[in-house]
Design a binder for this molecule. Structure first.
Ligand code: SF4
Length: 367
């Protein structure tokens, strides 16, 4: 039941090649600020760029080692041809690394369509208007590449499909509020990541099946210190597994591969393109969208609703936006008397030995 989600993550490239062989187009996107509904409405399958667990070899020739290992891993896989099935790839103008990667990818990898979307940091009516125009420009750019219009009817249908998947993911997260959650943090990560790598209609069917059958589960995760994990993309679940094998139980998160991906819905009372633009403009912000107060509100409400006992920050080394937000968020949590632990990690977590000792010592202070 839950293994199906893990398999979707492991088999993501084979699955994408299978869809291509069935005549579908597949686009990669780099961040949760890319309005997937527009890609879906164009009849394309959007898949999140995740990089992989292979050693980074080719990218290190082109990129300095102080670039985050998530970006280096994705680029490395691009150079090795792992993403050669993509018909397009879309970069959001979020952090400096991703903005620079747009030009490098365009020059080196030669994916047929290479586009961008510029989500704004400013929170003003003018900025909101600008972002609506930016989303319209992105739609036109796709239409011009595809040679056809993306209709309002298609957008409306895609919004409904995406909102349905977000509601189901929220239902799965609701289960984790219980004193004995039936799903571990490692499993929840696979469930959300697979949503980014699978046609939403198929993923929603799997979620419905999970929600129908989860009460029959006879091997739920062991109880432990209730943890919220905060950070950017987590591809490799090893760090979460280590937390859960050391006496913790991850009950919720503030991750790009977690709540920040699906928490907000598109308002279906607005014209479709406006609804999509506003959803991405007003969503729970990522640190790249510098609004730490709003992010703190989200974290505090999760702490309250999920009865969280401690927060673990898993920050990618050299990720400036997250490291920039951390002092404000970390200090604010300390003032609220919430225990926190900061772990700096790589895209693929190795070696984890020194972190294990710190995690165990931290959890012992709370138990
Ligand atoms: S936000 Fe951080 S982890 Fe994500 S691409 Fe930028 S530097 Fe890397």
């Amino acid at each position: 039941m839950i293994k199906a989600f893990e398999d979707l993550v492991s088999n993501r490239h084979d699955n994408a090649i299978k869809w291509k062989n069935m005549g579908k187009s597949v686009f990669g996107y780099f961040c949760t600020y890319v309005p997937e509904e527009i890609i879906h409405a164009a009849g394309i399958i959007p898949v999140r760029m995740m990089g992989g667990s292979d050693d980074i070899t080719l990218a290190d020739v082109h990129l300095p080692s102080y670039v985050c290992s998530f970006a280096r891993s994705c680029y490395d896989q691009g150079l090795k041809g792992v993403y050669s099935y993509l018909d397009g790839v879309i970069f959001p103008c979020t952090c400096d690394t991703i903005i620079a990667l747009y030009s490098i990818w365009k020059a080196d990898i030669k994916t047929p369509y290479v586009g961008f979307v510029d989500p704004l940091c400013a929170k003003t009516e003018t900025a909101k208007k600008y972002f609506r125009e930016e989303v319209a420009r992105f739609k036109e750019s796709l239409e011009s590449f595809l040679g056809g219009e993306i209709s309002d009817t298609s957008l409306q249908k895609s919004i409904e499909i995406y909102n349905a998947n977000r509601r189901l993911l929220k239902e799965v997260y609701e289960l984790r509020r219980s004193s004995h959650p039936p799903i571990s943090g490692v499993e929840a990560l696979d469930i959300v990541k697979s949503s980014m790598l699978t046609p939403k209609e198929e993923h929603s069917r799997l979620l419905e099946n999970l929600l129908n059958k989860i009460s029959e589960r006879d091997d739920p995760p062991e109880s432990g210190v209730r943890i919220l994990v905060s950070g950017s993309v987590i591809y490799d679940p090893e760090i979460l597994r280590m937390i859960e094998n050391s006496g913790g139980l991850i009950v919720t998160d503030d991750l790009c591969t977690g709540t920040r991906y699906f928490w907000d819905l598109v308002n279906t009372n607005l014209p479709p393109l406006t609804g999509i633009a506003d959803r991405y403009y007003e969503r729970i912000p990522c640190p790249c969208n510098y609004s730490p107060e709003r992010r703190l509100e989200h974290i505090l409400s999760l702490i309250r609703d999920y009865n969280v006992e401690a927060v673990v920050f898993t920050l990618q080394k050299f990720c400036d936006p997250h490291l920039f937000d951390y002092p404000f968020i970390g200090e604010s949590l300390k003032e609220a008397e919430i225990s926190t632990l900061l772990l700096e990690t790589e895209h693929v977590s190795s070696p984890l030995g020194p972190l294990k000792t710190r995690i165990e010592a931290f959890l012992e202070t709370i138990q």
